[in-house]
Design a protein around this ligand. Structure first.
Ligand SMILES: Nc1nc2c(ncn2[C@@H]2O[C@H](COP(=O)(O)OP(=O)(O)O)[C@@H](O)[C@H]2O)c(=O)[nH]1
Ligand SMILES: [Mg+2]
Length: 284
């Protein structure tokens, strides 16, 4: 088999980094060659040794100082900046020899839900290899019905944006009581969630119904800390690796350089917000 990419996405603190470390152990014990890639430019300590580390290419702290950005914007800009190093990144990825490459991503979920640069970076890493996106729904946030539905909406935005096979995981499930887990699982079946939401207007009802339908099956419960649930969803990898990608972008590397180098020449024209919209209050 060729290399198979497993992207780990989710909101900040949903357990991406911890799950990446557990998956490395789990797949290594199953006899696979596993490589790890860190895409979080701001992480200070990692519980695994990355074979690819975006921090080698961008320094979020320096971007923050140089462009006067806040912490969130500087992390978003760091991903854009990483794309200007596309050629070097591709060369490094080509050196990896592994069955699975697990890619830990930053918690700036807008990179993957709304912006093109997150998708471009993932495409740059994986090129035309088979990939799956694991989207983490943080157990802590899913206890409340409206938050649960909002997370499903976010998950569908990420799926739409990335256009990859996606598996929803309910992370940190060891923090839920059996009753809470049962309730969340039942919500995925539909009616009970609609009742719990107490929806009043027709539009919200329609939206909630389609999101529940999109999710189709309950998120797979996992605990990275206790190593639970990993076997069940890793079985799905094989199924996805058989499926063809719907898009197979090729030879995009030179384009990243041209597009993004131009994008960031704003700096020399005096904009304080490279690649980001400047507003009256400065950079968002
Ligand atoms: N109880 C529990 N805590 C977890 C689990 N996974 C992650 N955490 C904790 O959640 C916090 C955020 O985890 P991290 O992996 O850094 O999240 P990230 O920001 O999505 O990468 C840390 O304190 C972790 O120890 C889990 O499976 N169970
Ligand atoms: Mg992390």
């Amino acid at each position: 088999m060729g290399m198979y990419f497993i992207f780990v996405t989710g909101t900040a603190g949903s357990g991406k980094t911890t799950l990446t470390a557990s998956l490395i152990d789990f797949l290594t014990q199953a006899g696979m060659d596993v490589a790890a890639a860190n895409l979080d430019p701001a992480v200070e300590r990692l519980p695994y040794v990355p074979d690819f580390d975006v921090r080698q290419y961008v320094d979020a702290g320096e971007i923050m100082r140089k462009y006067g950005l806040g912490p969130n914007s500087s992390l978003v800009a760091a991903t854009d900046m990483a794309l200007t190093k596309a050629t070097e990144i591709r060369e490094e990825m080509d050196k990896l020899r592994a069955n699975y490459v697990i890619v830990d991503t930053p918690g700036q979920i807008e990179l993957f839900a709304y912006r093109n640069s997150g998708r471009m970076l993932l495409t740059l890493l994986s090129e035309d290899s088979k990939s799956v996106n694991l989207f983490l729904l943080d157990s802590f946030l899913t206890k409340e019905p409206r938050s649960y539905l909002s997370l499903l909406l976010l998950s569908s935005s990420v799926k739409f944006r990335l256009n990859l096979p996606q598996v929803n995981l309910l992370s940190k499930v060891d923090l839920l009581t059996p009753q809470e887990l049962e309730k969340i699982t039942a919500w995925s079946e539909g009616e009970e969630l609609i009742d719990a939401l107490g929806i009043v207007d027709d539009n919200s009802y329609e939206l909630a119904s389609s999101v529940i339908q999109y999710a189709s099956s309950p998120p797979t419960p996992v605990s990275a800390i206790e190593g639970k649930g990993l076997g069940k969803f890793t079985l799905k990898f094989r199924e996805f690796s058989q499926a063809e990608r719907t898009t197979t972008p090729r030879n995009l590397t030179p384009i990243y350089n041209i597009l993004l180098t131009r994008f960031y020449t704003n700096e020399s024209k005096g904009s304080r917000c490279p690649g980001l919209q400047e507003n009256n209050r400065g950079c968002s």
